[in-house]
Design a protein around this ligand. Structure first.
Ligand SMILES: *Cc1c(COP(=O)(O)O)cnc(C)c1O
Length: 388
């Protein structure tokens, strides 16, 4: 490396990557006794059968490649969702699949396009690229989507949700003039993160019906919701539903997610997938998970009950708590700015999430933990409010 300065090394990197703002994951600090309510992990461990299955698989077979298409898992998922394995694609977490979809369905902006399409300020509805090139999503929603668009060199169309974070109707989107019904790829987080709000299948159906490009319903939190939109993936060839074992099934560590959709889209995505994208222990853990669904359903009910309890307690302390269909709540705290609450809670070894984006900067996003963790949060909030 002699002679290479950091500046000359930087020249080797594509300009697009040099200026890229990477996704910022929630912190994973190693603090003893920390109540960790910042990354929407499930507070309950995987089922004992899942742990046993993973342990039993850890031996000399680790030298072998895993099944390249996660075939057994696709078959089991197909049975669960009453479809064919051809309707299912498994990924290294659903994040990998969202990235694959961006590469598969969206044309990057051409170089000459980049030079000529300078966005004009203060002109609502001005598009930076031909509509069919855009990656589109609502704000606020999952903050990975803009990063996927940027790293692919694709145009972005970010359209605000309504002030209460509900979904604008198709008529409202048409009137607003900013929504692109021809966007190459549209991401809808449903239920929404970070607001926690659920969107009805009827609303989502109307949106999917109006949309021309590929539409991904990102259902990472759907197991905590009243409704799911899987039927839309079977009804519309351009709709994919994204699911994950991470949040509801306590498997963040193993990285397993999947898409459900039309075989034509699945085949296309499969072409550009890494051959061994899903690691073997992840496949085994996900398979064992599907053999013990009643265990997980009990946990969903516990989390939903704790969510209701925590919402009532925080409301009684003066928090404005938004309705949630997820394993977290978004709440506007009283007395101090949300960023101050973040620090005051951290001092008391409770970690929650705060986002600096304008629409949500007055709120805290709080993962629903165990009953004891939720009680610890309420206790700490009471102390913070009564301190002089
Ligand atoms: C956590 C999350 C994901 C990613 O899940 P993985 O399967 O762990 O990659 C996708 N979408 C949303 C909205 C999420 O919150």
């Amino acid at each position: 490396m002699a002679g290479m300065t950091s500046r000359s090394a930087a020249k080797l990197i594509r300009p697009l990557v040099r200026v890229l703002h990477a996704y910022v994951p929630g912190e994973q600090p190693k603090i003893k006794g920390l109540v960790k309510l910042n990354t929407n992990e499930n507070p309950h461990p995987p089922s004992p059968h899942v742990l046993a299955a993973v342990r039993a698989a850890v031996d000399g077979r680790l030298r072998l490649y895993p099944n390249p298409t996660a075939q057994a898992l696709r078959e089991k998922l197909a049975k669960l969702h009453r479809c064919q394995p051809e309707n299912i694609l498994v990924g290294n977490g659903s994040d990998e699949l969202l990235a694959l979809a961006t590469r598969c369905f969206v044309e990057p902006i051409s170089l000459e396009g980049r030079a000529t399409r300078v966005p004009k300020k203060n002109q609502p509805g001005t598009r930076v690229a031909r509509p069919s090139e855009a990656v589109q999503y609502f704000t606020p929603s999952y903050s990975l989507y803009p990063v996927l668009a940027d790293s692919h060199g694709a145009a972005k169309n970010a359209v605000p949700l309504k002030p209460d974070f509900s979904l604008p109707s198709v008529a409202e989107l048409r009137r607003g003039g900013q929504w692109d019904f021809r966007a190459a790829l549209t991401f809808v987080t449903t239920p929404n993160a970070p607001s926690g709000r659920g969107h009805s299948t009827a609303e989502l159906g109307a949106l999917c019906h109006a949309q021309k490009g590929v539409t991904i319903l990102d259902e990472a939190y759907v197991d905590f919701a009243a409704e799911h939109a899987l039927p839309l993936a079977f009804k519309h060839p351009h709709v994919l539903v994204s699911r994950t074992f991470s949040k509801a099934y306590s498997l963040c560590f193993q990285r397993v997610g999947y898409f459900v959709g039309h075989p034509a889209l699945i085949v296309a995505l499969d072409k550009i997938r890494d051959s061994y994208n899903v690691n073997g222990l992840g496949q085994i853990a996900a398979l064992a998970t599907l053999d013990d669904l009643p265990y997980y359903r009990r946990n969903f009910q516990r989390i939903i009950a704790t969510r209701a309890w925590l919402g009532r307690e925080l409301a009684a302390l003066g928090f404005e708590v938004l309705p949630s269909q997820t394993n977290f709540i978004l709440a506007r705290p009283p007395k101090f700015p949300a960023a101050t609450w973040l620090e005051k809670l951290r001092v008391r070894k409770i970690l929650v999430r705060w986002f600096k984006q304008a629409e949500v900067r007055d709120y805290l996003r709080i993962t629903i933990g165990t009953e004891a963790e939720a009680a610890a949060l309420v206790w700490a909030a009471r102390k913070i409010l009564s301190a002089r």
